[in-house]
Design a protein around this ligand. Structure first.
Ligand SMILES: [Zn+2]
Length: 597
């Protein structure tokens, strides 16, 4: 069952990684009674639907059904197989497993390369880049550049900065010397098709995920050749459209302050942290995407996007707003004056001036409104005004459809718009409803796509319900197993998912070890099986009344279990005596306040 690793090793890894700590690397958690709650990272969560239970060491989302132990969480979150998740958490806890090294693996042709292996490869490359930066010859130009940007020695060490030397195959040669296969270098995006290094003569910024491991690189040119910045290509480990530079170093401060500050450049992040603003992250040369929004929402209540005040900065800010309005994220915009980037601004004006930009940041709708007003009051062409109006109404419709703007406020907005554009409030309202309809339909189809495809088939009828009941009780009250030990066997279970669970459960109950839910989950490799187990346990616990439910259910199994299949009642009506829905009613959060003047 455990595949490459034995049960003892998997248990050890599971126990060494507290689920609360691991989940908190991805989601901000708050204590609620005996559990911790947070926004579920597995669906578009608008209120904290995910509970993490420190005693049972499990998590469960009451909205989308995701659930399991720490291994399942990492499997799902990082798209890993079960053995990969075991390796990943072993590494996290510093446990040495007898496992694979940086070596080619036997896998199906065409299948994705192991993300853990790529992370180790990146870590190795990072060390090389760092060593080359302190090399008198190879690191000279990069060190000079860092000095002109006034990035301190502490920052260089803190951010693991390095250099890709001015040679086309420095890294490829180093890899060959270590017997690292060239194919792996290419899969990790460190070499190009020709077998030559991807990053040549560049200052190297290692990019970490929220948990701190290196998932890719950004490289800034040290000559006039080529693009100013390039990133690692997309790999199973790295997707720049939802990665934020510095999140691993900034997330604690973001959770503590409730605010995330987003800038555009690596050096902006480094300088901000150097000045003590440690809740700053950056997008990787892309505009702010829905993916970024979704990531930050799990840590921060407020996001302040800080842009250059030039036209490109304004346009970037404007594009980012579309994303924010549909995400129920309280987003504000700050602009650095005089066309400076935040890095230079911090050096020139200091931390307090930077803090003021963040404090004085403009509300999203205020920004849109200012643009609209400027277009209508200035000498913009009719077409330009039309575009601005379209943009503004679309933003309002998106905010309303996402319930991000209170309806009351929209009345005020409509009146204001009416005054400057010369349409009646009625006409504007009609336009808004049409747009809202479109936005709502688009959002709904997205939600549908995200809904779990084919929820669990628990079987139907009294016999299936009785099987489920037995598992529900035993998962919650394993002490009752002894009484029915001799009777209970996997063959009593004929619903596939229940039979699978019974197989593992009876196995664990019969073993000498004390039963625990997490020990059971450590033996299940499949994410969906883990989810089903957590679901059964949660439902079972809510119903309580264990002993009598178990004896009733056993009675049904006894009666029908030995008879032929045709004797079993299959009508749907009797199946629903075990359905319990949980209801949570946390108030919605993160509404924009409208300060349109
Ligand atoms: Zn969920």
């Amino acid at each position: 069952m455990a595949g490459i690793f034995d049960h003892a090793a998997v248990n050890r890894v599971q126990q060494a990684n507290d689920i609360v700590d691991v989940v908190a690397e991805h989601v901000s958690l708050k204590r609620k009674g005996r559990e911790m709650v947070g926004l579920c990272p597995f669906h578009e969560d608008h209120r904290p639907s995910m509970c993490v239970n420190p005693t049972k060491q499990i998590f469960k989302c009451f909205a989308c059904g995701a659930g399991g132990d720490v291994l399942k969480f990492v499997q799902m979150r990082e798209n890993l197989t079960f053995p990969q998740a075991v390796e990943r958490l072993a590494e996290r806890a510093g446990i040495a497993l007898e496992s694979r090294r940086l070596a080619p693996q036997r896998r199906d042709p065409g299948s994705d390369v192991d993300p853990n292996l790529l992370a180790r490869l990146n870590g190795w490359a990072m060390k090389n880049f760092q060593q080359w930066l302190s090399d008198p010859e190879r690191g000279k130009v990069a060190r000079e550049y860092l000095a002109t940007r006034r990035i301190s020695a502490d920052s260089i060490a803190h951010w693991n900065l390095g250099v890709a030397p001015n040679a086309v195959d420095a890294l490829a040669k180093a890899a060959a010397a270590q017997k690292i296969p060239s194919q792996l270098l290419q899969q990790g995006g460190l070499t190009a098709g020709t077998g030559q290094d991807k990053f040549v003569h560049r200052l190297m910024f290692p990019i970490a995920d929220a948990t701190g491991r290196c998932i890719g690189f950004g490289g800034r040119t040290l000559s006039d050749a080529g693009a100013k910045y390039i990133n690692s290509p997309t790999t199973p480990l790295f997707d720049k459209s939802n990665t934020l530079y510095g999140l691993d170093r900034a997330r604690h401060r973001i959770v503590a302050t409730g605010t995330a500050i987003v800038v555009e450049g690596y050096t902006d992040v480094i300088m901000a942290h150097q000045f003590g603003c440690t809740n700053v992250v950056a997008t990787l040369g892309t505009s702010f995407t829905t993916g970024h929004g979704r990531t930050l929402r799990r840590y921060a209540k407020r996001v302040v996007l800080v842009y250059d005040s030039d036209i490109a900065g304004m346009e970037a800010a404007n594009r980012a707003l579309e994303v924010c309005l549909s995400q129920r994220l309280d987003i504000k915009l700050g602009f650095v004056p005089q066309g400076k980037d935040p890095c230079d601004f911090l050096l020139a004006a200091g931390q307090e001036a930077f803090d003021r930009i963040v404090e004085d940041a403009t509300d999203v709708l205020q920004f849109k409104w200012d643009r609209l007003k400027a277009a209508f009051e200035g000498d913009d062409s009719l077409a330009a005004r039309r575009t601005m109006l379209n943009e503004f109404l679309q933003a309002i419709a998106t905010g309303l459809a996402a319930e991000n703007i209170p309806v009351l406020d929209s009345g005020l907005i409509v009146n204001k718009v009416s005054k400057i554009i010369g349409l009646t409030p009625r006409e504007i309202n009609a336009d808004l409803s049409r747009r809202m309809g479109q936005v709502t339909r688009a959002m709904r189809s997205q939600d549908d796509r995200r809904e779990r495809s084919g929820s669990i088939d628990w079987g139907q009828g009294l016999y299936a319900a009785a099987q489920r009941e037995v598992l529900e009780v035993l998962l919650s009250e394993p002490g009752l197993f002894e009484e029915h030990r001799r009777e209970l066997s996997t063959s009593l279970f004929d619903v596939p998912i229940l039979r699978q669970i019974a197989g593992v459960l009876l196995d664990v109950l019969r073993s000498e070890d004390d039963f625990s839910l997490s020990a059971m989950l450590a033996r299940t490799e499949s994410v969906s099986l883990g989810e089903a187990i957590v679901e059964l346990q949660a439902v079972g616990e809510q119903k309580g009344n264990y002993a009598s439910r178990l004896s009733d259910a056993m009675e049904v199994l006894r009666r029908y279990g030995k008879d032929s299949q045709t004797m079993r009642p299959e009508d749907k009506g009797e199946g629903d005596w075990h359905v319990v829905e949980s209801e949570s009613s946390t108030p919605r959060q993160n509404r924009h306040s409208l300060g349109i003047s």
